[in-house]
Write a new protein. Structure first.
Length: 236
């Protein structure tokens, strides 16, 4: 099995290193035809506008959309999550091109700018029940996006509490009002929809490889499912 990692910009080397630690080969993807050689794809974190411009320049969007539509496993981390979302807010006028496929609205810079980056322990029951290890996962959030709403086919894997005075406007801004004693509300930071996995944080920047092994298992399962259904077609 080889896992492609979109290598236009951002933390693609770190993803390849994490895969290597698990004995899986990660391959840098820069051209559309390279997608034909990999079982699944990781779209890394970085800066989504820059990444989108480079993807456009290399005419990668049609091939990326086709890869998603074919049911191949794709995991977007941070800027990669923005790439996979059907809808994005919190970006400049006109926005940027998206791959789409994940039925959700993402706020591009929900948690603020670089200096508001943070680490936090999050609860991810599905990850910990499948991969074992500690009960929480230490998420690294860098200029992180958040998922504001999801469609009926999207499974929420993890959410994160924010003060409910951080009011969301669907157009483009997050308005912060006076601190008061309002209860907390939650935003979504990890989701799965069929062949698509997306996290608002950066598992490739930690030593904890549980998300990578989760995605490798997802890749194996989907690959096996695809080959058994094609062999059924041959038999019938
Ligand atoms: N918010 C960033 C963007 O819009 C993503 C940040 C990241 O990938 N660390 O691209």
């Amino acid at each position: 099995m080889t896992v492609g990692v979109l290598a236009l910009q951002g933390s693609f080397n770190e993803h390849i290193a994490a895969l290597r630690r698990l004995g899986v080969q990660g391959v840098e993807i820069r051209k559309a035809d390279q997608l034909l050689t990999v079982s699944s794809l990781i779209i890394p974190g970085g800066e989504s506008t820059t990444m989108a411009k480079l993807a456009e320049y290399h005419n990668l969007f049609p091939a990326l959309r086709e890869f998603v539509k074919m049911g191949k496993p794709v995991w977007g981390t941070c800027a990669g999550l923005i790439f996979l979302a059907d809808r994005a807010v919190g970006q400049k006028e006109g926005g940027q091109e998206l791959v789409g496929g994940l039925d959700c609205t993402v706020h591009r810079n929900f948690f603020g700018s670089q200096i508001q980056s943070f680490e936090a322990d999050i609860l991810v029951p599905q990850l910990t029940s499948q991969e074992g290890g500690p009960e929480t996962y230490r998420g690294v959030f860098i200029r992180a996006p958040a998922v504001l709403d999801v469609g009926p086919d999207v499974e929420v894997l993890a959410d994160y509490p924010v003060p409910s005075n951080k009011v969301l406007y669907s157009s483009s801004t997050v308005q912060i009002q006076e601190e008061d004693a309002l209860p907390e509300t939650k935003v979504i930071v990890a989701v799965k929809q069929g062949n698509l996995l997306a996290t608002a944080f950066h598992p490739e920047l930690t030593a904890d490889t549980r998300w990578h092994s989760y995605f490798i298992k997802m890749t194996k399962e989907i690959e096996q499912g695809a080959s058994s259904s094609s062999s059924k077609t041959i038999v019938s």
